[in-house]
Design a protein around this ligand. Sequence first.
Ligand code: DAK
Length: 258
Amino acid sequence: MPYETLILEKQENVGLVRLNRPEAYNALNDQLMNDLTAALDDLERDDNIGAIVLIGSEKAFAAGADIKMMREWDMLDVFKQQFITANWERASRCRKPVIAAVSGLALGGGCELAMMCDVIIAADNARFALPEITLATIPGAGGTQRLTRAVGKSKAMEMILSGRPMLADEAERCGLVSRMVALADLQREALALAGKIAGFSQPVVALAKECVNRAFESSLNEGILYERRMAYVTFGTEDQSEGLAAFVEKRAPQFKHR
Ligand code: DAK
């Protein structure tokens, strides 16, 4: 099914979603967020897909929430339509791993969307910022929480209170992104990582992802207890038996995602 504001491709067992509003630096309007929700629904339903890459253009991952759209709304409008809650958070609810491949601008809601993903790989021209303060608003799609958890209080405060952008090398140094790659290599590197993950047991990958996410929601002891239980669960899968047997028999495993 064709989408108005993005391009969805399936490359073997990886879903590639390309944000595509070039006339507005991929600014995130309702149409785009509805399209993204539908595309991610489609990829989650497709049993052949094991991981997802979300990418923009070379110039912009996304320049934030659509300011022209927001300027039409007052407080009751955003409250009644549940702005953000209604259609922005599908990426953060994906059970399959989502890799944000960020080149160019990731501003405001664009940066927040990248932070909803599981891994961010940044091109060397990437630029992250939460400049909402310059518009007399604040990040409203998780930015104050996710940036702070990713980079710590001082840097998050500086960026959110001043709008200062962070370039790719700083983002790599402080752990906002998993790594920085040359712009020309971004898509290939992101697809290679997604392909590698998609080759493993899908249910076990999903369990591992749930455990990492649990670290943000629980104490250390509770998180470790959760991890222990989930590790026991892997012993109940056919794929775990196959993985261990394949190692002992010195052959490649054949995972069935069961
Ligand atoms: N929204 C709408 N249109 C945008 C846009 C955006 N965020 N960014 C760029 N565009 C549009 C421009 O308006 C222009 O359209 P036309 O004038 O051609 O119609 C076109 O893209 C090209 O932009 P420029 O002519 O400005 O091109 P430049 O190369 O000179 O500059 C730029 C590109 C991306 C650096 C610049 O456009 C810019 O600074 N854009 C705004 C970036 C920004 O401030 N982003 C943060 C948006 S605020 C909340 C939840 C979430 C949020 C807030 C509240 N609640 C729950 C209440 C989130 C807020 C945000 O994300």
